[in-house]
Ligand binder design. Structure first.
Ligand code: FAD
Length: 379
């Protein structure tokens, strides 16, 4: 097992008890899944969070989309996304088995669409790149598109199917992970951690989303995203089944239908640290959404909310021990992908903690790509 850092003095969990094997800072999807995996392997785990599930996951759409999210210049990240998405079916089944929870996990796939000829041209460039990586993007004729989703606007010029891009409901996922972690023996404590050195555990995992920046000094910055939640009238399911991602007059938008009638419409990407909802963003999101799927104009608008993605300089997560501190492991910086990356992050961190050996998959994502041991102000 990983260990070997300096022992701490003074802190949140001191006292005449056996120190935990693992302290996890942050009870978002990443921290809770790590706690579940570690506790399931017999480790004593304590999770610290004053407001579990209140981070980016509360806002997230829950798309599990390694194909649609494969962007130019991010091929190593695409590899990790693909590896994690492949774990999702078993992960969801195991979590449901452990808790009985309905995760809102859906596998109908994702339709990628372009409203205008320009939108379609832009989309096709990305599809060609994704196909070049060997990812399953299947162009569809307009008639095939409408056979799959008759509710799409007649104006939609064309599209493609990313059949392996699925979805889960993060607002169901996080409570289920908490239940699974607690049933496996992990303890949750409602403390905000100010310094890693306050914790008395053999290994500390910093899975605090944007909060990891001040705890580790790692270059994590908040990236604001505004999102809307609509509801189909009459308590019925939305009139479409696939996740729909598209370009509408140059505006990028996604529509995520839940079985219970909810539709998530997102999202802005803003280099801002506030969580204010703006009229302009709501207007742009709704216009793009209704342009692609006119029936949404009849839906109830039930929520407009903004969250902060934990972004990094290369858009990829930071997973692994801090340089010179094998007892402090980062699991953060998941940016737009923390839901899809939850299974692989949790499994590989639990492997690392129990065996002391890092899976080669993690090599491109370690903290030392941003830091050096010398002179870094580790807490
Ligand atoms: C608009 C939007 C849409 C998104 N859509 C998707 C999507 O479709 N698919 C996808 O995969 N991802 C999506 N994401 C990204 C995803 O939500 C994040 O990557 C993910 O939530 C990161 O999980 P996390 O557990 O690391 O952090 P968070 O979910 O942010 O949770 C961090 C937790 O740490 C706690 N914490 C912080 N500081 C401290 C501290 N000092 N002490 C103790 N606890 C602390 C917080 O209270 C919080 O509970 C989206 C994000 C946004 C904002």
């Amino acid at each position: 097992m990983l260990s070997g850092g300096p022992s701490s003095t003074g802190g949140v969990k001191k006292g005449p008890f056996l120190a935990p094997d693992v302290a996890v800072v942050g009870a978002g999807p990443v921290g809770l899944a790590i706690a579940w995996r570690c506790a399931s392997r017999g480790l004593r785990v304590v999770v610290h969070d004053p407001a579990p599930g209140s981070g980016a996951s509360h806002v997230a759409a829950g798309m599990l989309a390694p194909v649609a999210e494969a962007y130019f210049g991010e091929h190593e990240l695409t590899g990790l996304l693909t590896a994690s998405a492949a774990r999702w079916p078993a992960f969801a089944a195991e979590l449901t088995e452990a808790t009985g929870a309905d995760l809102g996990y859906r596998t109908e796939g994702t339709l990628l669409v372009g409203l205008t000829a320009d939108d379609l041209a832009e989309a096709r460039r990305l599809w060609a790149y994704q196909q070049g990586l060997g990812l399953p993007v299947t162009p569809l004729r307009p008639s095939e598109l409408r056979d799959r989703e008759p509710a799409l606007a007649p104006r939609v010029r064309g599209g493609a199917l990313a059949g392996t891009d699925h979805q889960v409901d993060p607002r169901r996922l996080v409570p289920a992970l908490r239940t699974a972690a607690e049933r496996a023996g992990a303890t949750l404590t409602a403390t905000a951690v100010e310094r890693v050195s306050d914790l008395d555990a053999r290994v500390t995992v910093v899975a605090a989303g944007c909060g990891a920046a001040s705890l580790t000094g790692l270059p994590i910055r908040p990236v604001k995203g505004q999102v809307l939640r609509l509801r189909a009238p009459g308590g019925v399911a939305p009139g479409f089944r696939h996740v729909i991602r598209g370009y509408a007059d140059g505006e990028h938008v996604y529509l995520v239908p839940r079985v219970d009638g909810e539709v998530v419409v997102g999202a802005t990407v803003e280099e801002r640290t506030d969580t204010t909802v703006t009229v302009g963003a709501v207007l742009r999101l709704l216009r793009a959404a209704v342009d692609l799927l006119p029936e949404l104009a009849e839906y109830d608008l039930v929520e407009a909310v903004a969250g902060l993605r934990p972004g990094t300089p290369d858009n990829a997560p930071i997973i692994g021990p801090l340089p010179g501190r094998p007892d402090v492991v980062a699991a953060t910086g998941h940016h737009r992908h923390g839901i899809v990356l939850t299974p692989v992050t949790a499994d590989l961190i639990a492997d690392l903690i129990t065996t002391g050996v890092a899976n080669p998959l993690l090599a491109p994502f370690t903290p030392d790509r941003f830091t050096t041991e010398e002179g870094h102000p580790w807490n």
